[in-house]
Each structure stands twice: as structure tokens, then as C-alpha cells.
Design a protein around this ligand. Structure first.
Ligand code: FAD
Length: 370
């Protein structure tokens, strides 16, 4: 059988991970196209669920577990005018619930493995899909927006502009019993993510208006808030402060002919639940299974069949989870009328073990309950 030619475009986490997932499939020839431009390093961290972490281990032979800091607990807090209510704690005995890794180190790990597996790398900026006519399947992992998507997605999206910014940064502090936490503050959700013994990152989503009003002293504003919620007396210093505009964008059309969109281009979700790349990893896992099925049987790619099957399998979950995350964000948004009711509801949440279990399951494996 003639080998089927696949090309993956994009050097973000989605493109690099897809290349590793698809590399060793039978009857496949794979090229990875990376942008020529030198990039400023990504100083964010990414939280990965247990099942996705296990999947990464299956596709990265020279996996370095030390780069991924495990958390066995995740604490959730709700800020009212008077107090900070710790309304839910996730833990499952000795089981790790998530792993946090610095994006820069994660990408280096993926690139090293790509070189070891001798995946063919082409360095160029693709500006027209016609230049890739010789491929049986084109996988575009080009981030949130690219003119190359226009031919595929038709602008049929579920979306909104939150008019918010996610502020991210890192803090070095030797804190005893540092735990991962999500703080639903009046100004917006703030995630605290330990990624080493004495370092943690944060993601705080606030409105653009608030950001503007504090822009002259934004570092000070964040440091004060973090000291306050973590009850730290000494000074702390933020490194690598960055901001990202936050939008919801859920595509309804995943492919056209033999070109598929994958990664943040398919679904861009609010960072409140740390699910963006976790959704991508579940997509990659599914795509790998479908392509493997066809290639093992030696069936020539009829791409619409493969890509139809992928869309049918992944679109409902991606849309449901994307909207679910949006509802979560709205629920915790400050509302003077509803906040007293929310407080009563949240105070009782820890007593409903089933709800806790189901939330944990969804954030680990999505809507796949097998
Ligand atoms: C603040 C924040 C915090 C987050 N935290 C988490 C978290 O804790 N957990 C989680 O699961 N997810 C999280 N996410 C989501 C996660 O960061 C993304 O899902 C992940 O980085 C995947 O991105 P990507 O590879 O799809 O896109 P990108 O990282 O944008 O990569 C796309 C790449 O394609 C390249 N490219 C574009 N056009 C071309 C072209 N024409 N030719 C060649 N190359 C091209 C670009 O240069 C770029 O490098 C977070 C997101 C944000 C904004």
C-alpha cells in the first residue's frame, strides 16, 4: 500500500504533540511544518489532568516526569464581602489530580522527542494551502486565528468576547503545604498552580476596565491580592507578568476536504477551569485512534470519512464542555442579588460526594465515562 502523507503545521503545544502522537502509525509518512520566526518564550504554565498525563507518557518515550509537578489536592474558594469560603476540596487519597508544567520546558521536551523520532521538519510560514496539495491530510494547529482557517471553518462559530484579560506570572516562595487552588474572587477567578517545591504560577482573569484602572501599578495590585489570599506576610515578587485577551470560540465546522483544524483554533475556552489544552489532548488521542484504525487495515485515506468520524466523536463534547466552562464563569461572577444564595449553595457542596466525584471525572477525562 502506498504510504499516506500527513502534514502538521504549527509549533505550539498542539502541533508538536500531534506530531508525536501520529508518528509511529503504520503506512504513514509525516512532515511537521514550523514557523521560521524566532519566538519570545512562552512563560505560562499548563495544568494537565491525570489521564492526559498518562497519554503523554505513551507518546513520549523519553518522558521526564520531573518537569511535571503533581498535585494531590485542589482547593476551591469563594470570596464574599466578609470572608473567603473554602467551599470544595478535591482529593482522591494518594492519586495525583493534575500536573503543572512550564510551557517552555514542555515544548523543549516535545521538540527533543521529535528530533529523536526523526520526524521530518520543514521550516516555513505557510500562506496558502494549495502549496500542500501533495498531502493526503493537512492538520492545522495555528493557534486561535489564522487566515488559513477561513477556507475550512466558514466563520460558523459559537463565540463571545469576555472583555477580560488573563494575567499570568510566576512567584518564587518557599511555602509549606502549598496547594493548588482556584479562588473565585469578586474581581475574577484566580488560579494558584504550584510547579516546583518553591515556585507557583497564577492565572487571574479580570475585566479589561479593571486592568486599565490599575495598569500603572498592576504588579503591586496582583502581589497584594495574592499575599492576602495566601496569607503571606513577607513581600513577594512577580516574574514574567503577561496578559492574554480572553474569548470564547467554539468552531462548528472542523474540516474542509482534507484540511483539519486542531488545537486552540477549534476551541478557545475561558482559562477558569484549566481545560483548553486538556480538550486538545483528548482530540489528539481520538484522531490517533481513528487514523490508526484506517492505516492498520491498509485502507487508503478517504479523508472525509476520517475527518467526519473525528468531528462526530469530538464536536459534541468540545461544545458542551466549552459552554459548561462559560456557565461556570458566569455562576461565579459577582452578583449582589445572587451572591447570598450562592453562598448557601456552596457551603453545602462539600457534603454532596456524588457531585464532587462527577466534577473530578469530567475535569480528568471530559464526558467520556467509560
Ligand atoms: C492564560 C492561559 C492559561 C492557560 N492555562 C491552561 C491550563 O492550565 N491547562 C490547559 O489545558 N490549557 C490552558 N490554556 C490553553 C493552552 O495554553 C492552549 O490550549 C495550548 O497552548 C495549545 O495552543 P495551540 O498549540 O493550539 O496554539 P498556539 O500556542 O497559538 O500555537 C500555534 C502556533 O502556530 C504557528 N503558526 C501560525 N500560523 C502559521 C503558519 N501559517 N505557518 C506555520 N506556523 C504557523 C504560530 O507561530 C504558533 O506558534 C491556557 C490558555 C491561556 C490563554
Amino acid at each position: 500500500m502506498k504510504k499516506q502523507r500527513i502534514c502538521i503545521i504549527g509549533d505550539g503545544l498542539s502541533g508538536l504533540t500531534s506530531a508525536l502522537a501520529l508518528k509511529n502509525l503504520q503506512n504513514i509518512e509525516l512532515d511537521l511544518i514550523l514557523n521560521e520566526k524566532k519566538k519570545i518564550g512562552d512563560t505560562r504554565t499548563t495544568a494537565i489532568s491525570e489521564s492526559n498525563f498518562q497519554f503523554l507518557k505513551t507518546i513520549i518515550k523519553n518522558f521526564n516526569s520531573k518537569l511535571f509537578w503533581p498535585s494531590k489536592n485542589i482547593e476551591l474558594f469563594f470570596e464574599t464581602s466578609k470572608e473567603q469560603i473554602n467551599f470544595l476540596n478535591f482529593e482522591e487519597g494518594e492519586k495525583n489530580l493534575m500536573y503543572v508544567c512550564e510551557n517552555k520546558k514542555f515544548k523543549s521536551l516535545l521538540l527533543r522527542e521529535i528530533k529523536l523520532k526523526k520526524i521530518k521538519i520543514l521550516k516555513k510560514k505557510v500562506s496558502n494551502l494549495n502549496a500542500l496539495k501533495n498531502y493526503d491530510l493537512i492538520i492545522m494547529c495555528l493557534g486561535t486565528k489564522s487566515p488559513l482557517y477561513n477556507k475550512v471553518t466558514n466563520g460558523r462559530t459559537i463565540g463571545k468576547d469576555y472583555k477580560e484579560l488573563a494575567l499570568t506570572g510566576q512567584i518564587e516562595k518557599n511555602l509549606k503545604f502549598m496547594k493548588a487552588g482556584q479562588y473565585f474572587l469578586k474581581d475574577g477567578p484566580l488560579a494558584i498552580l504550584p510547579f516546583s517545591k518553591n515556585k507557583f504560577s497564577f492565572v487571574w482573569t479580570i475585566s479589561k476596565d479593571l486592568f486599565q484602572s490599575k495598569s500603572k501599578n498592576i504588579k503591586n495590585f496582583i502581589e497584594k491580592k495574592i499575599k492576602n489570599i495566601l496569607k503571606i506576610n513577607e513581600n513577594i515578587k512577580i516574574k514574567h507578568l503577561k496578559s492574554y485577551p480572553i474569548k470564547l470560540n467554539l468552531e462548528t465546522k472542523y474540516f474542509n476536504d482534507n484540511a483539519l483544524v486542531l488545537g486552540d483554533g477549534l476551541h478557545r475556552v475561558h482559562p477558569v477551569a484549566g481545560q483548553g489544552f486538556n480538550l486538545v489532548l483528548r482530540d489528539i488521542k481520538q484522531l490517533k485512534e481513528i487514523i490508526n484504525y484506517y492505516s492498520v487495515l491498509g485502507i487508503q485515506f478517504d479523508n472525509s470519512q476520517i475527518l467526519n468520524e473525528f468531528t462526530k466523536n469530538r464536536k459534541p463534547e468540545n461544545i458542551l464542555l466549552g459552554l459548561g466552562i462559560d456557565v461556570t464563569r458566569s455562576f461565579f461572577k459577582k452578583n449582589n442579588y445572587l451572591d447570598p444564595v450562592k453562598k448557601i449553595f456552596l457551603k453545602n457542596l462539600n457534603r454532596i460526594p456524588y457531585l464532587k466525584k462527577i466534577s473530578l471525572k469530567i475535569s480528568d477525562t471530559g464526558l467520556n465515562f467509560n
